[in-house]
Design a protein around this ligand. Structure first.
Ligand SMILES: [Mn+2]
Length: 317
């Protein structure tokens, strides 16, 4: 029984490092903070360290100020990796930390089971849901700020309860989290309705690049990374823009393409039957969910886009 294995592994160790993927999102932050509270409540020594800082819209979450960025310092008994399908997405070398165990908790179906203990539930809407299940299974009661972290994790990974992973099970769990103190309206406002003026200016510039390709079946928005600094915005201010690209009628695949001179990152979105996770996997290091995925191509924008379009064209045949 995996819950018991997790429980006894935690019980027999003291120093823990928690980390997640590059470009932190609501699930990676919320689940890290919930696990941080959990390990602390068991009297463990816990460090959270990630490649990237917490985006401003998530800093309302309790203990988000405890989330540090690289470099890693010190020795750890156990590394807990959350919401990360493979170590390559961490942005740091997992081999450089001599921990005896790696706990891998994730819901990505392309997870490589890189841990010494793997808790991968591809049916879960978010890692926040898996951690909540663990708390329920072990009869662990938690303070309201943990309810808010878990609710934030699930809300963001369901696209604000709009994606196809939203169902009665998820809504019931989120209702329970509201009962346990999660302030739904506050969390919505912090995450989705609080923008800096520069963030909106950045989004306006990205909107202005919108165009359709492959007979209207593909929608593209693009952004040079330099635009973020130019407008005094944050990279995370472009997050969520990719979701709009798959909303137009007739579009099968949408993408937000961020690029610098030699490298291009594509955030792919789809509705229904087109599996962008499989499309992203055609690029080394790429992957994700069926309707939301991403990959990085080491080519300038125009060439990278061409490469992706030829993959999509075959997929749409
Ligand atoms: Mn997730």
């Amino acid at each position: 029984m995996i819950w018991n294995d997790l429980h006894s592994l935690i019980a027999s160790h003291n120093k823990f490092l928690i980390s997640s993927h590059m470009s932190l999102d609501g699930d990676s932050i919320g689940s890290q903070l919930a696990f941080y509270w959990y390990l602390n409540s068991l009297g463990k020594e816990v460090t959270i360290c990630n490649h990237d800082a917490v985006p401003a819209k998530f800093t309302f979450l309790h203990n988000s100020d405890k989330m540090t960025v690289l470099p890693l310092k010190g020795h750890y008994d156990v590394i807990v990796i959350l919401d990360c399908s493979n170590p390559g997405r961490l942005g740091w070398d997992i081999g450089s930390v001599s921990a005896s165990d790696i706990i891998n908790i994730d819901h990505h179906r392309d997870n490589t089971r890189f841990g010494t203990l793997n808790l991968v539930d591809t049916a879960a809407a978010a890692v926040g849901e898996i951690i909540y299940d663990h708390f329920l299974n072990c009869n662990i009661s938690f303070p309201h700020h943990v309810a808010e972290s878990l609710y934030t994790a699930i809300m963001t990974d369901t696209g604000g309860f709009r994606f196809s992973n939203t169902n009665s099970r998820i809504l019931k769990k989120c209702a329970d989290l509201a009962d346990k103190g999660a302030d739904c309206a506050k969390i919505y406002e912090k995450v989705y309705a609080s923008h800096s003026p520069n963030a909106l200016l950045l989004q306006a510039r990205i909107w202005s690049t919108l165009h359709f390709l492959l007979d209207g079946r593909v929608c593209v928005m693009e952004m040079p990374y330099s635009l973020v600094d130019e407008l005094g915005a944050q990279l995370s201010d472009s997050e969520g823009m990719s979701d709009y690209t798959s909303t137009a009628e007739g579009v099968y695949v949408g993408m937000l393409v961020k690029h610098n001179e030699n490298q291009t990152h594509l955030s792919l979105r789809s509705k229904g039957r087109i599996d962008v996770g499989k499309i992203a996997q055609k690029i080394p290091g790429g992957g994700g969910h069926s309707n939301a995925a991403g990959c990085t191509i080491n080519l300038p924008y125009t060439q990278a886009l061409q490469k992706m379009l030829s993959i999509i064209e075959k997929e749409l045949q």
